[in-house]
Design a protein around this ligand. Structure first.
Ligand code: MG
Length: 259
């Protein structure tokens, strides 16, 4: 009888916890996936890939002329020094002046040597493949340190954040340059705003295929289910994440529009 009473009490507690949980709505951890972990693939040595002749150069090491601050559309306030662009923490996200539909994009990025922090708070930034509004609105290809740094797999580097874990973990160590090569097919919307065809993306991280022609479920969301809302050609955005770890850097960012 004691066992039965204890069981009833436990059920009561579980019921109360369930009620509290449902009353408070969806939580961020509801959409975290931790298994299976993508296999680690060691990429070849880093090389910088300069822009081909028909590319729009978004950053060539000299200035931020192609970028604006997302907050006020004024000049982007990140740091350019020694041919490298570095996040200036607290100044907010930056995005391209130009808008793009479908494209091929190349970018190189570097987690600082000696990075501290863990999980999502370790070199977090992000490449928004289309920026559909202020803040973090859009579709995020995650940028962070995933070299011996555990987090949920659909939130690690090369994930389509909270939608698709990468096929491999091709991360180089902090201090080394990384590359992303992205083929983005923009979503198409009907006149009434309904989705005609989803966004589709293929991504290579350090030359390793990490996203293979995946159809996105909607815009990135930290909590709850991704959803689409109609938009046209959009800027491309880089994230100034609020975590306290040292800021990350970029170089050689270029794009080829696909008609
Ligand atoms: Mg991020």
């Amino acid at each position: 009888m004691i066992a039965k009473a204890a069981a009833v009490a436990l059920l009561g507690l579980a019921g109360a916890a369930f009620a509290a949980q449902t009353a408070s709505g969806p939580r961020p951890e509801d959409t975290e996936v931790w298994q299976p972990e993508p296999p680690i693939v060691t990429p070849g040595p880093a090389t910088s890939v300069p822009a081909p002749s028909d590319a729009v150069v978004l950053f060539d090491g000299k200035n931020l002329n192609e970028w604006v601050s997302v907050k006020d559309k004024g000049p982007a306030k990140w740091t350019v020094a020694d041919g490298v662009l570095t996040v200036r923490k607290g100044t907010g996200n930056i995005e391209t002046r130009r808008r793009f539909g479908s494209y091929q994009l190349h970018m190189e990025w570097r987690i600082p040597k000696g990075i501290t922090g863990e999980g999502q708070a370790r070199g977090n930034s992000g490449l928004f493949l289309a920026s559909t509004g202020g803040g973090d609105a859009g579709y995020e290809l995650q940028i962070m340190d995933s070299y011996r740094n555990k987090t949920y797999v659909n939130g690690q580097a090369s994930s389509i954040y909270k939608q698709f874990a990468p096929l491999a973990n091709a991360m180089r160590a902090p201090g080394e340059w990384q590359s992303y090569d992205v083929i983005w097919t923009a979503p198409v919307f009907a006149g009434d705003g309904s989705l005609k065809s989803p966004a589709v993306v293929t991504v290579f991280h350090n030359g390793v295929l990490v996203q293979n022609n995946v159809a996105l479920k909607g815009e990135t969301t930290y909590v709850g289910k991704p959803q689409y809302k109609a938009h046209g050609p959009s800027p491309i955005k880089l994230q100034d994440h609020g975590d306290p770890s040292a800021p990350i850097s970029f170089r050689s960012i270029w794009i080829r529009e696909l008609k």
